[in-house]
Design a protein around this ligand. Structure first.
Ligand code: DOR
Ligand code: ZN
Length: 439
């Protein structure tokens, strides 16, 4: 990674939004030596201090803490033809993200310190942004024996999950939640009852009936969320529900939070922009797990975001190539890429008055950082200078063909959207600016 000439950057007259500090006002942000040096309505630097500091006109733009995606699949090690740490983090910074938490369903599975260390080393060598590995709950994701959480955390893992698969065995989940408390990490739950979802290809409902595709009932997700809430209550371990997709899930989580249980939740843009109606063309780009649900679920997800039931918006960036997608619906892999389309889709919730700008930014900065106990997610003075400059009004067409990701399975390809990252800064270094990767 090359070093910047300037040792500082001064963003002028931006709309500075930092939910962690309750800040939303026009002002200047000074970055020096990799840190946030100052945030003020106006920063005046004497001529000698100005030397080596590059000024950036941020008029009409938002300056926000670097976005954090707490749920991505980088596919390295093992499936580098779909994505690798270099391409996945390039996609991240192009989308405005300065950090990503990567899921352990790689090959080999990230169930050991060796794999966690490998990921971190690769990220240091070739990564464009920060990478936070998530370890497996069970060795080999087999759902039988717990992995060594202590080794994983010692090597740098920030959470555990068997994502891609549920932890079907309730006793194992109980033990995982108990064990996780020692390390103060959340257990991320891919909530799916495998017997209820077995053989399912899409949401169970009128559309699946019409298409003749086997359905996955909402209850497959909801019974597991109910179980995990009860196990969190029993163990006082922190459970984080991944990719919430149904109205019933939102209701369960809302009620659990009201009762003071340590549950947090995330959803992804496809669950608040798409419904199972899009599957009538049998296009496998829309095949995802959990599946796209109904308009009523979509409304409930938006309500859950608005009232704080759903803490975070992640992408569940799940790259697959045409090899896995260009086949019969039944045989196609589940998953969608999201890193390079998420920001405008999240900002759409602001325009539609579902979320305020502050709330929307919180769901991709301080909220996920808080859940994973990561240091960033704020523009507080003295913290590492991870920040994103957003042009909230830029209109453009999402074009998967121009993405940094190695994969093209974007369900929003061709959408006319508004709002994009125009500059991404990691640790004071400009890694993405005006459409170009800078490292
Ligand atoms: O659709 C999905 N794809 N859901 C998951 O839980 C896993 C992911 C993947 O790894 O492809
Ligand atoms: Zn999952």
């Amino acid at each position: 990674m090359q070093r910047e000439k300037a040792h500082g950057l001064l963003f002028r007259r931006g709309r500075v939004i930092d939910p962690a500090q309750g800040l939303d006002r026009t002002g200047d942000v000074l970055v020096m030596d990799g840190r946030i040096a100052d945030v003020q309505p106006q920063i005046d630097l004497s001529a000698d201090r100005m030397s080596g500091i590059e000024e950036v006109d941020a008029t009409g733009r938002w300056i926000v803490p670097g976005l954090l995606d707490m749920h991505v699949h980088l596919r390295e090690p093992g499936q580098e033809y779909k994505e690798n740490i270099a391409s996945g983090t390039r996609a991240a910074v192009a989308g405005g993200y300065t950090g990503v938490a990567c899921m352990p369903n790689t090959n080999p599975v990230n169930d050991s310190a060796a794999v966690t260390r490998f990921i971190l080393e690769r990220a240091r060598e070739r990564g464009a942004c920060r990478v936070y590995p998530v370890g497996a709950v069970s060795s080999g994701l087999k759902g039988e024996n717990l992995s060594e959480f202590g080794d994983l955390v010692g090597a740098g893992a920030v959470a555990v999950t068997d994502d891609g698969k549920p932890v079907a065995n309730s006793m194992l989940m109980r033990r995982a939640l108990e064990y996780s408390r020692i390390f103060d990490i959340p257990v991320i739950s891919h909530a799916e009852d495998p017997l209820l979802s077995h053989g399912g290809l899409m949401n169970e409902g009128p559309v699946s009936g019409m298409l003749g595709l086997r359905g996955i009932p909402r209850a497959a997700e909801e019974v597991m969320i109910a179980r995990d809430i009860l196990l969190s209550e029993l163990t006082r371990g922190r459970v984080h529900i991944a990719h919430v997709s149904t109205a019933g899930s939102v209701r369960l989580i809302r009620e659990a939070k009201r009762r003071g249980i340590s549950v947090t939740a995330e959803t992804a843009p496809h669950y608040f922009h798409l419904t199972d109606e899009v599957l009538t063309g049998f296009d496998t780009v829309f095949k995802v797990n959990p599946p796209l649900r109904s308009a009523e679920d979509l409304r409930a997800i938006r309500e859950g975001l608005a009232d704080g039931t759903i803490d975070a918006i992640a992408t569940d960036h799940a790259p697959h190539t045409v090899l896995e997608k260009d086949v019969e619906f039944e045989f196609a892999s589940s998953g969608m890429i999201g890193l390079e389309s998420a920001l405008p889709l999240i900002l759409a919730l602001v325009r539609e008055e579902v979320l305020t700008p502050m709330e929307a930014i919180a769901k991709v900065t301080c909220n996920p950082a808080g859940i994973l106990r990561l240091p960033g997610g704020t523009l507080r003075q003295g913290t590492a200078a991870d920040l994103t400059m957003i042009d909230p009004d830029a209109s453009f067409t999402l074009d998967a063909g121009s993405f940094q990701s190695k994969s093209r399975n974007c369900p929003f390809h061709g959408w006319e959207v508004r709002g994009k990252a125009v500059m991404t800064v990691v640790g004071g270094r400009v890694v993405f600016a005006e459409g170009r990767i800078m490292i």
